[in-house]
Design a protein around this ligand. Structure first.
Ligand SMILES: Cc1cc2nc3c(=O)[nH]c(=O)nc-3n(C[C@H](O)[C@H](O)[C@H](O)COP(=O)(O)OP(=O)(O)OC[C@H]3O[C@@H](n4cnc5c(N)ncnc54)[C@H](O)[C@@H]3O)c2cc1C
Length: 438
């Protein structure tokens, strides 16, 4: 049995868009040359590239939800070029250069599509701040700067008045600015990408796949009101890949949560005193991500939960508690904006692995997947989806060789209850370590 995503209906990015046009549902029995499941960054990139390689093939792109309601539409909107967090600590410099090249290729693909189709998604070449509070955060920033130097990547310190003039708060003691990241409105971007797919991609939304079976040389995917059979199945299903029977004990489902304000009015903007359109990630891993959007909303993201049943395991009281924590984080930075409410609080589920390894490749006869981006999937989903289509179509390139070199098999997890105990205590410990940046 395939357990489905259970994303809340509260995502601010999605709510701020006009209603989307109603898309087809999977109805009746279909046959296709290729089926792509999952219409996030990965699935959209797979479908687009497959259509490029096989312009006369019938390609079905199927999602359980509406495009933009999955993690790809509910993230913090950073498209990061640098290897992130754990990948940045990799001992082999060549490994990191390959990730950098792959991420930058993803960014160039997105830039081209956004320009070509005039996708209105607040796309901006803003770079990114990494902000520190306290001694531990400062030490992590020094370490980050050292890693940037080793990588040959530009970065500079911003502190004091120069920093508070950008952020509108003196909460952070110092930040390191790196110029290569972009910001966007995630729900608008994925919707724009989906609305401009090549003609031979047929998109089905609100069409959960409930079971998968083998019929001779074809795969049969069963939905609520129809089915589809195909010789070639490509999964852009992130953590849900394990529900289809692969990587079952190798992926860890983690949720993280965000809240934002309505756009600040003129008086509030004056009181805030910072700039519009910037993004800051915490120097310490489990701290708060902060964004000021181009239209004047402040967004905070923090809190990690291990969610073996995805969103089903998040109770209303937990949501309320998280919203209160977000409010505290907001007021700690912007006490002068006490009258500004947080209008939306939402969560999203993604996959990590214990060895922080991404999976990319063939899982079975005629089945391919890219899964487990360890929480930085905007660039990675785009590039891994694109190159997965190349792999399935037999198209070789140096980028394909790069992605095969930097990906691998996510580590096997211990059985429950040890897994849950271990992950939860790691999350608690990381939260405690990062407490000054929460
Ligand atoms: C709050 C939050 C903030 C984040 N911030 C950032 C950030 O700033 N930058 C960044 O790079 N990453 C960020 N991430 C991570 C990023 O969002 C994900 O890594 C990325 O979206 C994964 O993309 P994907 O296409 O692989 O998977 P997803 O976007 O998860 O897409 C998988 C799709 O598969 C569909 N699906 C699953 N099961 C089925 C089924 N049985 N039948 C049909 N469809 C199915 C789902 O509905 C879903 O739409 C954040 C995540 C969250 C939750």
């Amino acid at each position: 049995m395939i357990h489905l995503p259970n994303d809340d209906n509260c995502c601010g990015w999605y709510a701020s868009l006009p209603p989307s046009a109603i898309q087809k549902r999977l109805n009746g029995d279909e046959k296709a040359d290729f089926v792509v499941v999952g219409a996030g960054f990965a699935g959209l990139a797979i479908a687009r590239r497959l259509a490029h390689h096989a312009p006369t093939a019938r390609i079905l792109l199927i999602d359980a939800q509406q495009v933009g309601q999955g993690a790809s539409g509910r993230n913090s909107g950073f498209v990061i070029d640098l290897p992130h967090k754990f990948a940045l600590e990799h001992p082999n410099p060549e490994h990191k250069q390959k990730i950098l090249r792959l991420n930058r290729y993803a960014i160039s693909l997105l830039v081209t599509l956004i320009e070509q189709h005039n996708i209105d998604c607040q796309w901006s070449a803003t770079g990114k701040y990494q902000g520190a509070v306290g001694r531990r955060g400062q030490a992590r920033l020094d370490h980050f700067a050292q890693l940037m130097r080793e990588l040959g990547e530009p970065c500079h310190n911003v502190e004091g008045k120069a920093l508070s003039a950008v952020l509108g708060t003196s909460y952070y003691q110092r930040a390191i600015y790196t110029p290569g990241s972009y910001l966007m409105q995630p729900a608008a971007l994925v919707r724009g990408l989906a609305d401009n797919l090549p003609e031979n991609v047929e998109r089905f939304e609100n069409s959960p796949i409930r079971s998968l079976s083998r019929e001779g040389k074809r795969w049969l995917l069963q939905g609520d009101h129809g089915s589809v059979s195909t010789p070639t199945l490509l999964l852009g299903t992130s953590i849900f890949t394990r529900e289809f029977g692969w990587l079952k004990h190798r992926l860890l489902p983690v949720m993280t949560f965000a809240s934002w304000t309505r756009p600040l009015n003129e008086t509030e903007t004056d009181r805030y005193g910072g700039q519009l359109n910037w993004g800051l990630t915490p120097a310490d891993h489990a701290g708060t991500t902060l964004r000021m959007t181009i239209d004047g909303r402040i967004m905070v993201r923090n809190t990690y939960k291990y969610v073996p049943q995805y969103g089903h395991s998040v109770s209303n009281s937990l949501r309320q508690k998280i919203q209160q924590e977000h409010r505290q984080a907001f007021l700690a930075r912007y006490p002068e904006l006490e009258a500004v409410p947080l209008t939306h609080t939402w969560g999203g589920t993604y996959a990590i692995s214990r060895n922080f390894t991404n999976f990319f490749g063939q899982l079975d006869d005629g089945v391919y997947a890219c899964a487990c981006d360890n929480g930085v999937g905007a660039a990675w989903g785009t590039v891994s989806g694109t190159l997965l289509a190349d792999l399935a179509a037999g198209v070789d390139s140096s980028l394909l060789a790069d992605i095969q070199a930097v990906t691998g098999m996510p580590a096997l997890n211990p059985p429950e209850p040890f897994l849950g105990l271990g992950v939860r205590s790691k999350i608690r410990f990381a939260k405690w370590q990062s407490r000054s940046e929460l």
